[in-house]
Design a protein around this ligand. Structure first.
Ligand code: C5P
Length: 235
């Protein structure tokens, strides 16, 4: 049975992935982590020796990107889904795409219009399939504005820069990839936020019809409850 398509946008560290995962679980919907798609492209480019500034080569690579999300088993509901890239043999990139280096690459490749255009189809195809199967929670920077402008369920999740840097730092420590400090994470985040918000192609912004949720002072559960109530109340 077809389900809803829920768009969640916002800056890095606002808690989008955690919130989106919990909302998806509650609704029996799939999670579409579009940041993981840009991250996978940056990773693949590095593997292939393609420069993160080479727009035509990156667009070609993006057209050929084959990516698969494998949900965590029901017994591990809080584990992240696995991300597999066929390059052409299947590679599990779940951990490697979260390093600070690939984060920087994802931020750079995602600012290129030809790359964004080339990845539109893959995002819409994954979402369409998931909606048919019961629903999709899509999270990123331009879900509500560009990729799924017609969905009635749009949320813009934000938090203060201090709260966001703190969360991102703790995530990195938990993943064992933190040879860094909160201050460094905040500085890197500021550079990426600036790039996301100021780029010409699909800049990070709240869609006019999106609901703003500031999670600085809210726990994940509160945010999830708020979003679920809004989705269930809407026609
Ligand atoms: O959300 P996440 O931090 O994993 O995203 C990685 C990078 O991909 C971000 O720095 C952002 O620039 C970019 N991105 C984007 N549009 C999306 C999702 C992510 O530009 N829809």
């Amino acid at each position: 049975m077809a389900g809803p398509l829920i768009a969640i946008d916002g800056p890095a560290g606002a808690g989008k992935t955690t919130v989106a995962r919990a909302v998806a679980r509650e609704l029996g919907a799939a999670l579409l982590d579009t940041g993981a798609i840009y991250r996978s492209l940056a990773w693949l480019a590095r593997e292939r020796g393609v420069d993160w500034g080479d727009e035509p080569a990156l667009a070609t690579l993006a057209e050929s990107l084959r990516i698969e999300f494998v949900p965590a088993p029901a017994s591990e509901p809080d584990s992240p889904q696995r991300v597999l890239v066929r390059a052409p043999e299947s590679a599990d990139v779940t951990a490697v795409i979260r390093t600070p280096e690939v984060s920087e690459g994802a931020s750079r490749v995602s600012s290129l219009p030809a790359v964004r255009g080339a990845l539109l189809g893959i995002q819409r195809a994954i979402a369409a399939k998931a909606v048919e199967a019961g629903g999709c929670v899509a999270e990123g920077r331009d879900m509500g504005t560009v990729v799924f402008p017609n969905t009635p369920h749009k949320f813009f999740l934000t938090a203060s820069s201090g709260a966001r840097a703190d969360r991102r730092y703790r995530e990195l420590v938990a993943k064992g990839v933190a040879e860094t400090s909160v201050g460094e994470v905040e500085a890197q985040m500021r550079v990426r936020d600036q790039r996301d918000s100021s780029r010409d192609s699909a800049p990070l912004r709240q869609a006019d019809d999106a609901t703003l949720v500031d999670s600085s002072e809210m726990g994940v559960e509160q945010v999830v409850t708020h979003i679920l109530a809004a989705v269930r109340a809407s026609p």
